[in-house]
Design a protein around this ligand. Sequence first.
Ligand SMILES: Cc1ncc(COP(=O)(O)O)c(C=O)c1O
Length: 382
Amino acid sequence: MNPTRAEIDLSKLAFNLEQVRRHVHGEYPKRKVRICGVVKANAYGHGIEEVSKKLVELGIDFLGVANYDEAIRLRRLIPNTPILVFGTLIHSKLEPSKYVSILHKHNLTATVASYDTAKFLNDYSRRFKSRFKIHIEVDTGMRRIGLDHKSAFETIKQISALKNLELEGIFTHFATSEEKNKTFSKLQLKRFNKLLGDLKRAGIEFPIVHSANSGGVLDLKGSYFNMVRPGLLLYGYYPGSGVRNKIKLKPVMNLKSKVTFIKKIGTRESVSYGRKYFAKQPEFIASVPIGYGDGYWRLLSNKAKVGINKKLYRQVGSVTMDWIMVALGRKYSIRIGDDVLLMGEENGFNIGADKLAKLCGTIPYEMLCAVADRVERVYLNG
Ligand SMILES: Cc1ncc(COP(=O)(O)O)c(C=O)c1O
């Protein structure tokens, strides 16, 4: 059995959701703000099925996924909770009636980012008794997908005339809500609010309005409307240093392996590919079976620390596909089979995905999503 695994502590997921709820509902005690738990990209590497099951058990209102494949897979397991698909359809290449019937069968909620998509869903939905639920995405500055806020009013008026669609929601997405400087987020919010006002005056209102991702949840009270869409917060990390420590969080994933080999090397001997580390004195080196093939980044070479028993040790030499090496010093007390913490928080060590991300020049999202499929997910406290 490969000792490398990602331990996913579902009680920490519950803790984080509770913190989000208190924060959001504390702001608006009288108003119901729904929570859409974002579980796309295999729940940020944590396992979409187990995480979604737990969130549903905890009473989550919506689940958000990136594409229809994720949604269909999830619907098999989660029969009732609404699933909002953030991605858009590439309808020109589809067999329309077949495709739309799959979406209907799985009771999915589609994001509509263009009039064409709305028309497509409308035309092929005619045969179904229920109307197709859609949320319209408005691009207020992210410039990814969505109706351009400048022309969205006219397009939404056209979409609202389509008879086989249920306009359940409208949303936008922030480009910089995790930053301390909220100028651009506030501009996005202003554009969104203006559109909502114009639509309301024209008699078009949506039951569900949302915009807040994790950064918005933490730091932009005016962005909640009546649903928020946190992803990273649920997994126990802050989306950026500008919004740290606003609520307490616990990292849900501990990436772990075991010491499997120990040897002594001499002064000026090198370790691993490319000879990027030389021993200054005789020392013991442990080998741990995790590498970039498991999602432990090669950019961490000679930079990261790992936790073994009660101490932090330096990872030395290049990270290889399947192994890393750890400097134990001149004497050591660890044994083959001892647990190694590579990412996460345990025994007072914090080797968070955010810290490792900094060493690699990336973001915690990418560190978590990088954990490879070959790493077994072990669920705790379900
Ligand atoms: C449309 C949408 N909403 C919400 C989120 C969740 O973002 P975060 O993980 O920053 O909370 C994402 C993720 O990028 C997203 O694409």
